[in-house]
Write a protein that binds this ligand. Structure first.
Ligand SMILES: [Zn+2]
Length: 384
């Protein structure tokens, strides 16, 4: 016997508006409505918590991953590892296993990667996403859809970030076939990883979107066989830019002659640099250097407020520099090599835009990714 209702929320990382429009075969014939959504300036560390809470980073307090906090840093003990030569730590595999080890030692359950953060700098920083965000109580501040699902005892599926897209889909299919669930949130990561590696125009991208198309169609068919009513939404948090050049911003800052951890501390993301100042001279010199920088711009408080990423205590940086779209900061603390695709640029770019499609009509009020939460909330049928 069929169960009454299933709500499916399928998240395909980096399946932005431009990528969606370039692949019109995707769920063709099944889509009732689709639209562009504005992304949130930042990375998945900012977008994911926003989508599942309906709040902006300035409200749920999760924007970037690493932030300056020498007193509260959980990484002080890693100082001992810094005596080993950099050549060892720069190896991807070594960093991958060390990330796993550190995550385990610290009891982190959230997404954690060391990327290219120099070991000797790690004790200066803290990390925002210590806890898994996909469970009740997962955010630093406020509730998510998972708090709500738990409170109302709604049986649901949520992906395990540690397994492959294939395994996530297989587990979700099993839950649908056994009619165990009424709600599902499944985040798929393969497309994001592929486009970081090959860019947005490689034939492999189209091939993978064909695969996603088949997988989602199969999922919907299975759902319709087991439930009277199926609402489905396929969406993402951001798009992807092709990288046109790499730029060594760290050298620009070093050329000022200012001393690391005496005058300033910085965190270099792939598309942003965030600074904390220990002297006024450093504040003035770095501001002056970046104010007229040909490769990017400083984000004013007004711009940060407009994006919902202004923090009165400057948690994620006292000064934030955003590089021009298509340029990758190389080296950065996120990686030492230039890659083919990146996101985290100006949300106003067409390539930054997110997307959503559904077999339901989408409300006009839905314009930005964090509002996807309201669709999920409505699907649960509860008002609180
Ligand atoms: Zn990505």
């Amino acid at each position: 016997m069929k169960k009454p209702k299933l709500s499916l929320f399928i998240f395909i990382d980096a399946f932005g508006r431009e990528i969606f429009l370039r692949h019109p075969f995707f769920l063709q014939g099944l889509i009732r409505d689709h639209k562009k959504l504005d992304t949130i300036l930042g990375y998945s560390s900012a977008c994911d918590p926003s989508i599942i809470s309906g709040k902006l980073p300035c409200e749920h307090l999760m924007w970037s991953s690493f932030y300056y906090d020498p007193k509260g840093s959980p990484f002080k003990w890693t100082r001992a590892l810094a005596i080993l030569p950099d050549s060892i730590f720069l190896r991807g595999r070594v960093r991958h296993y060390l990330s796993r080890l550190i995550k385990k030692v610290l009891g982190f359950t959230g997404y954690f990667q060391l990327y290219g953060v120099p070991f000797k700098y790690l004790p200066l920083f803290n990390y925002a996403e210590k806890k898994r965000i996909w469970v009740p109580g997962g955010l630093l501040h406020g509730e998510t859809i998972f708090d709500k699902l738990a409170r109302h005892g709604i049986p649901h599926y949520v992906h395990d970030s540690a397994v492959s897209d294939e395994t996530k889909l297989a587990r979700l299919t099993a839950d649908i076939e056994s009619q165990r669930i009424e709600f599902a949130y499944c985040s798929l990561g393969k497309l994001d990883a592929l486009m970081h590696a090959v860019g947005t125009r490689d034939p492999k991208v189209t091939e993978l979107i064909h695969w996603y198309d088949q997988q989602v169609r199969r999922l919907i068919t299975t759902a319709e066989e087991h439930y009277e009513e199926v609402s489905w939404y396929v969406f993402t948090d951001h798009g992807m830019h092709d990288i046109t050049e790499g730029y060594d911003l760290i050298s620009d800052i070093q050329e000022t002659g200012l001393r690391w951890n005496e005058d300033y501390v910085a965190f270099y993301d792939s598309t942003m640099a965030r600074f904390w100042f220990l002297t006024d001279e450093a504040r003035q010199k770095i501001t002056a250097r970046l104010n007229t920088h040909p490769k990017g711009r400083l984000l004013t408080d007004d711009a940060l407020k407009h994006e919902g990423i202004y923090f009165a205590d400057h948690l994620y940086g006292e000064l934030i520099f955003l590089i021009n779209s298509g340029i990758q900061i190389v080296p950065s603390f996120m990686g030492i090599k230039q890659i083919k695709g990146m996101h985290g640029y100006s949300p106003q770019d067409a390539d930054s835009a997110a997307s959503i499609c559904s077999n339901r009509e989408l409300p006009e009020s839905l314009t930005k990714i964090h509002q996807i939460y309201h669709l999920m909330h409505k699907e649960t049928g509860y008002c609180d």
